[in-house]
Design a protein around this ligand. Sequence first.
Ligand SMILES: Cc1cc2nc3c(=O)[nH]c(=O)nc-3n(C[C@H](O)[C@H](O)[C@H](O)COP(=O)(O)OP(=O)(O)OC[C@H]3O[C@@H](n4cnc5c(N)ncnc54)[C@H](O)[C@@H]3O)c2cc1C
Length: 482
Amino acid sequence: MTKGSIDDCNTRHAQGGIAAAIGIKDSPELHYKDTISAGAGLCDEEAVRILTDEAPDRIADLVKFGVPFDTFNGEIALTREAAHSMPRILHAGGDATGAQIETTLSGQIRYAQIPVLEHCLATRIILEKGAVSGVETFDTLTGGVQSFECRNLILATGGAGQLFKFTTNPEVATGDGVALAFRAGAEIMDMEFFQFHPTALHLPGVEPFLISEAVRGEGGILRNIKGEAFMKGYTPQAELAPRDIVARAIVSEMGKTGADHVFIDVTHQPAKFTAARFPQIYQYCLKHGLDMAKDMIPVAPAAHYMIGGIRVNTWGETSLKGLYTAGEAACTGVHGANRLASNSLLEVLVFGKRIVERSVEKGQPEKSGPDKNVRSSVKREPAQAGAPLPGRSALQQLLWENAGIVRSGAGLTRASAILAGWQECLAEPQDRPSWELLNLVITGRLMTESALMRLESRGAHYRTDHPQRSDDWLKHIILTKE
Ligand SMILES: Cc1cc2nc3c(=O)[nH]c(=O)nc-3n(C[C@H](O)[C@H](O)[C@H](O)COP(=O)(O)OP(=O)(O)OC[C@H]3O[C@@H](n4cnc5c(N)ncnc54)[C@H](O)[C@@H]3O)c2cc1C
């Protein structure tokens, strides 16, 4: 089931690539070390071991399914991205890796005639005796409400970039899975860690479009509006430092120069190389009047990846019997406090496969077949109009200002109190926008409450009132409804 069309998802937008230790000089051990080091002390070591060990096999699966990874001299081409010690990023269609993977896999789904319900929004997890027994859905085309029985429910609802005013995520990324699972009683972990991508295209009236990490990996230089390269002044890793460090350096540089952007400069690269290596980004910039071969590209940070999520073990099992979660909605612990670039597509594959294995092992539902699964189909009566409601943009502005790249106790307290008030006055949702707003409010509360609790700065979570990392906080924050 998916709430929009099958290809309306974050996956389709992934650009740079997918990490796996398949290079001759590389090894799962090195990939493990890089992932642990990026995670700032909070990675789950067992989960990272599984991620990095199983990566080459999952890449082989993708090749078998037909994903056309880019090659060089007959071998799969590998590039390097920030905080990876080796070139180990596979890409497809240049910078269209996600689109190539998504198109190939949805093609396989069609070929295998797996039934797909599009425009079908999951709104509630149904429980019986503490275990999952089904899911309630809302048909966004007809307004009908349906219930489906199941023994195993796998949430793969993606991220929540729509919490913020500036985001690289599409409209569908509204934290639905986290809110659904939380309302059903599942454990939610690490929500204070939200990754901001340092470089999204920043042009008035244009959606923030991701300028991939790989652009810096291939020699792109960050310059302030005076044209000065500034990254070396912040860290010896310069442009290849982890995302949180680069994002905060950009914010600081924007503050110093009074500008709302900096530039990424690849004008020193041959035009042919840039156009071939980054065809999607190159064309997008060109469409907006910027030629990467000649012009510096204005960029600013934008919300990018939800590191926390529904807490799962290494088999994707949540704290609720029968509920599994994969991908960005899940918190496997592989990213710790900061995701290493290109590990997220990999996480979906590795743990998605493990969920399939585990749920098959635990048995198929007794009843099967799409018709038998439908329990009811009724239209819900409209609820009484409640108090004037906050809109999505007010929520995005609130969280951008108070729970964004640089946070403080005062701002988080304010945001948290406002969200709690909004949740109180939200009426029973009637359509997709109102369901998504409820999910954003719940997910936003989980994020701000966790960020308020963590009295330190670590990885993607930075507080001006607690700027240091503290060993007292080498632990996770887990929230439940209780
Ligand atoms: C611009 C961009 C570039 C990126 N680049 C990279 C990269 O180079 N490498 C990398 O590893 N990662 C990258 N990422 C991150 C990566 O793409 C995502 O983390 C990953 O694709 C998430 O996959 P997913 O299956 O969990 O979620 P998604 O691909 O987002 O799929 C979630 C699906 O669930 C559906 N859904 C949501 N809520 C409901 C509901 N209530 N009912 C029914 N359906 C629902 C959505 O409509 C969507 O179809 C990038 C992300 C973005 C936005």
